[in-house]
Design a binder for this molecule. Structure first.
Ligand code: AMP
Ligand code: TRP
Length: 339
């Protein structure tokens, strides 16, 4: 559309959104908004691949929408919508399921690690990447801006698109993952060798995007470092804690890597933690304030999401009809509005 690359990305409305989500995904969505044709999807169908409390899920869906808007997603520039509002996602997922070999899904590393943490594993959890492929392919997305943990899922999406195009003729755009060099993998503050995640320990692990300043001070003040002194970017495993803090500082401050290193020359880890804490609190403050306002007007949020869903359907519905036609379904006559 208008020659601008089409972007689609998604985020789960589960747990507390953290600065890993912000720096790996949301910040690059916001920064790319003007140059791209954007679709951002709150993926509630994905969230229920693991058990969810219904009231919590409802609350977190609105909270996620409010955080995205507060962080700068502008409904005039981007389509923001809830996945379950556009039924083409579930329909396309089913059709794509039927041409995705089981072995491709069993190999997914995120499936293997999530399955290891569940008592019973739902079929939906195995299916998760196919639904993600449907999300992307329905919109003819060129680019999928995500954190590093989603690389394998976007690769699978490409494989599914190529397979479909090969069997049924050219139909899907083959998308590419857009992964930042910095911020693609923000690590846990309590354990810098594990990715920051929504399911980590309640305190000390992640900085929530809408955490209060005191909570941010607590988390960053206790961040694990090492017994050395050098404050430099490094890929050495023993420097993972300091490197993580520097990455967070770099992205939140907008400074370059040499500037950041110069800034901390001759200073200690205490100074580093203090500086990171300040920049994180100040960068997140306007987001937290705007978020609190938005959450007071849930009807406005719902209206906005309804508009987003209508915009999304305008693309997804004709695409899923085309998909049905390709695989040989008899399409409903136009007088049948139930489909
Ligand atoms: P999720 O919370 O799994 O729905 O992830 C939403 C987006 O945040 C995806 O693009 C993820 O790749 C990204 N993301 C999640 N955790 C991190 C992290 N620790 N560092 C960087 N990006 C992340
Ligand atoms: N699986 C992604 C995650 O957990 C969320 C997601 C669902 C997504 N559908 C998507 C990301 C489509 C990009 C494009 O982070």
């Amino acid at each position: 559309m208008n020659g601008r690359p089409r972007v689609l990305s998604g985020i789960q409305p589960s747990g507390r959104l953290h600065i890993g989500n912000y720096l790996g995904a949301i910040q690059q969505w916001v920064l790319g908004q003007d140059a791209k044709d954007n679709f951002f999807c709150i993926v509630d169908l994905h969230a229920i691949t693991v058990p969810q409390d219904p009231d919590q899920l409802r609350l977190q869906t609105r909270q996620t929408a409010a955080i995205l808007l507060a962080a700068g997603i502008d409904p005039k520039k981007s389509t923001l919508f809830v996945q379950s509002h556009v039924r083409a996602h579930a329909e396309a997922c089913w059709i794509l399921n039927c041409l995705t070999p089981l072995g491709w899904l069993e190999r997914m590393t995120q499936y293997k690690s999530k399955a290891a943490n569940q008592e019973t594993v739902s079929t939906g959890l195995l299916n998760y990447p196919v639904l993600m492929a449907a999300d992307i392919l329905l919109y003819d997305a060129d680019e999928v801006p995500v954190g590093d943990d989603q690389r394998q899922h976007v690769e699978l999406t490409r494989d599914i698109a190529v397979r479909f195009n090969h069997i049924y003729g050219d139909f899907f755009v083959v998308p590419k993952a857009v992964i930042r060099e910095e911020g693609a993998r923000v690590m846990g503050l309590d354990d810098p060798n594990a990715k920051m995640s929504k399911s980590g320990p309640a305190r000390g692990h992640a900085v929530g995007i809408v955490d209060e300043p005191d909570e941010i001070r607590y988390t960053l003040g206790r961040a694990v470092t090492d017994s050395g002194r050098e404050i430099q970017f490094s890929s050495a495993p023993e420097k993972a804690g300091v490197n993580n803090l520097l990455q967070i500082y770099l992205l939140m401050s907008g400074k370059s890597a040499p500037e950041v290193e110069r800034n901390f020359e001759g200073r200690g880890y205490g100074d580093l933690k203090k500086a990171v804490t300040e920049v994180v609190i100040e960068s997140l403050r306007p987001i937290r304030e705007r978020y609190a306002q938005l959450m007071q007007e849930p009807d406005d949020l719902d209206r906005l999401l309804a508009t987003g869903a209508a915009q999304a359907r305008a693309l997804a519905e004709p695409k899923v009809l085309g998909l049905k036609e390709r695989v040989g379904f008899v399409l409903p006559t136009t007088s049948d509005t139930s489909t």
